[in-house]
Design a protein around this ligand. Sequence first.
Ligand code: GDP
Ligand code: IMO
Ligand code: MG
Length: 429
Amino acid sequence: MPGTCVIGLQWGDEAKGKVVDLLTDQHDIVVRYQGGANAGHTVVTGGQKFKLSLIPSGIFRPHVQCVVAGGVVINPQALLEEIDGLKRRGVTVGKNLMVSDRAHVIFPWHLEEDRLLDDCTGGEAIGTTLRGIGPCYRDKVGRSMAIRLGDLYQKNLRERIRRIAEAKQRMLAALADGAAIDALDGEAIYQRYAEYAERLRPYVADTTTYLLDAVDQDRRILFEGAQGTLLDIDHGTFPFVTSSNSSGGGVAAGSGVPPRYVTKVIGILKAYSTRVGGGPFPTEQDNEIGQHIRDRGDEYGTVTRRPRRCGWFDAVAARYTARLSGADVLAVMLLDVLSELPELMICVAYELDGQRIGHFPSQVDAVRRVVPIYETLPGWRQEITHVRRMDDLPENARRYLERISQLVGRPIEIASVGPDREQTIFASE
Ligand code: GDP
Ligand code: IMO
Ligand code: MG
């Protein structure tokens, strides 16, 4: 079975949504397998812009089955709003969407915990999306206070929700230490979630079995990663990460499809770097260059509209993440954003405590201390948004891509020169 995976190799927002939409036609099934409504994936089609949080970016091709697998954490209200929003705009959402009964459910207490516990380092905040993602995954691992989507259809739901709400109320009051917190009315929450459950019933299924059958039938599956490899809970810039395995390793755990069936990994990179929220960012340009990139790239969070921090391409980080996520090929996105800059810098190594290093450090304080060593490449001044073939790019743009490919150690299969489906260059064409 050919299984392709689209994985972000930076700190998220690499334009995974665009790539998934582009590749959907060559697949039978598109699967989201981790993260939740912290993701914001943009697809521009037919002059319309869509922002997806929980629903796979394959939803615009009605003949393709979209699956939200068990590794995703689901806020039912957010999911229902997303379904309604798409339907209102004429997108088919029915049998083509399937949501796992194993997926864990986000409750109001998770949102409150996210707000209260964001500053876990005694200084810099993680700057989460406040969608309750971390607290929900924490309860999943803890088990005793977790509720999965399938549990919403069990007879004891009222009792469970009331019991958990009471315990959470006590925990939150202690955490808030006198500050105001929302009261958790277990009965009211039960009523709301029972209603969500009814509305979601047509979509809820055992997606693990569905996907394992699909593997047996040799159907083509496209896995859509959320976030980026540097936000991976185990291998990212911990603790400034998200709470799931957003690197390639997360595909099997989140979907239930064994790793051997993922036969191709496409690593998605921006032609520069961005990051939303707290945490170290070696090549950050907190200056007019960063602002120029932010303006040209419209670098404001899809979910929270926070301004994204912007900086130069970091080849040390990208080489680490391409290896970690097992990228076979690269897609380099938003190349057009760099068009007006006279010179471009690429970070080729770090200096740490006076020594040159080529690897990405494991400890966050070391990532904070590294000084990037840059290589300067000439920019190109031409507009490139109309270019459709590699050979038609300005020579300096081609050289820039070639250098990225060389430093990361992977071939470039796709280059993107604008948000629209059409604004794409396939290396093979
Ligand atoms: P994702 O989370 O990885 O799917 O990425 P986001 O949707 O959060 O952010 C990517 C943004 O870049 C979106 O607004 C896209 O519409 C836009 N985009 C995608 N590809 C290109 C490109 O090649 N050039 C430009 N200028 N914008 C792009
Ligand atoms: P997509 O899929 C960029 C960041 C948050 C914060 C950290 C933890 O659109 O690329 P969380 O709410 O997950 O606990 O926040 O991770 N973050 C993202 N940054 N793109 C995303 O998703 C992100 N999802 C989470 O800003 O720094
Ligand atoms: Mg995004």
